[in-house]
Design a protein around this ligand. Structure first.
Ligand SMILES: O=C[C@H](O)COP(=O)(O)O
Ligand SMILES: CC(=O)C(=O)O
Length: 213
């Protein structure tokens, strides 16, 4: 992966909404609402039987939206995600095999890290932008500040426990490019077909202020 490539992809967004969807039609409706709210990048996790079909359907309906495949754990899932039209892949952690698979395929990957050792593995393979997961459980702002000492050039996308309340605090950290989270398109909002609420949460998040108290 070219240096700076992932930073460029994420530069226009404060937040990556994360969707775990059961149905491609719902995925398209939710993605349309997120896009109306100003989102330019979304992630669909490979945690459901309909995830790949959903990625395909969203890319067809909204070609200019960047759609990442999330929860990519191995090269087989990476191949399936790319075949479905994903723009890039996201993983909750990293393995040397996954990093090599991305490099061999020319696949953009946002690999997950939670420790200094994870970051060192990623740097050794040429990665400089990471998802910090699970961000809040692993230490949140205190962890981001601690990591900025030994890794001044590394940038993060904290994900896991990010809410509309703590979003602004995380985005204020200099080593945070953007955050990821599921609150903008939660299962309950999707089940309720509350597309207006999804649009509103996306719009508030994209302005970097959340909607919280
Ligand atoms: O499944 C979603 C991701 O793990 C993000 O976590 P979250 O639900 O805490 O935002
Ligand atoms: C944690 C997450 O968002 C993923 O599974 O990629």
């Amino acid at each position: 992966m070219m240096a700076g490539e992932m930073e460029g992809r994420l530069s226009g967004t404060s937040v990556i909404p994360i969707l775990t969807v059961q149905d491609p039609e719902q995925a398209v409706l939710a993605s349309e609402a997120l896009a109306r709210g100003g989102m330019t990048v979304i992630e669909i996790t490979l945690r459901t039987a309909q995830a790949l079909a959903s990625i395909r359907a969203v890319k067809e309906a909204l070609p200019s939206l960047q759609v990442a495949a999330g929860t990519v754990l191995d090269d087989r899932q990476m191949d399936a995600a790319l075949a479905a039209g994903s723009d890039f892949c996201v993983s909750p952690g990293l393995t040397p095999a996954l990093l090599r698979a991305a490099r061999d395929r020319g696949c953009s990957l946002l690999p997950g890290v939670a420790t200094a050792s994870d970051i060192m593995c990623g740097l050794a393979e040429g990665f400089q932008v990471f998802k910090l997961f699970p961000a809040m459980a692993a230490g949140g702002v205190a962890l981001l500040r601690s990591l900025s000492g030994p890794f001044p050039d590394v940038r993060f996308c904290p994900t896991g426990g990010v809410t509309r309340e703590n979003l602004g605090i995380l985005l204020a950290e200099p080593n945070v490019l953007c955050c990821g989270g599921s609150w903008m398109a939660s299962q309950s909002l999707i089940d309720a077909a509350d597309w207006a609420a999804i649009e509103g949460l996306a719009s508030a998040a994209q302005s970097g202020r959340g909607t919280g108290p």
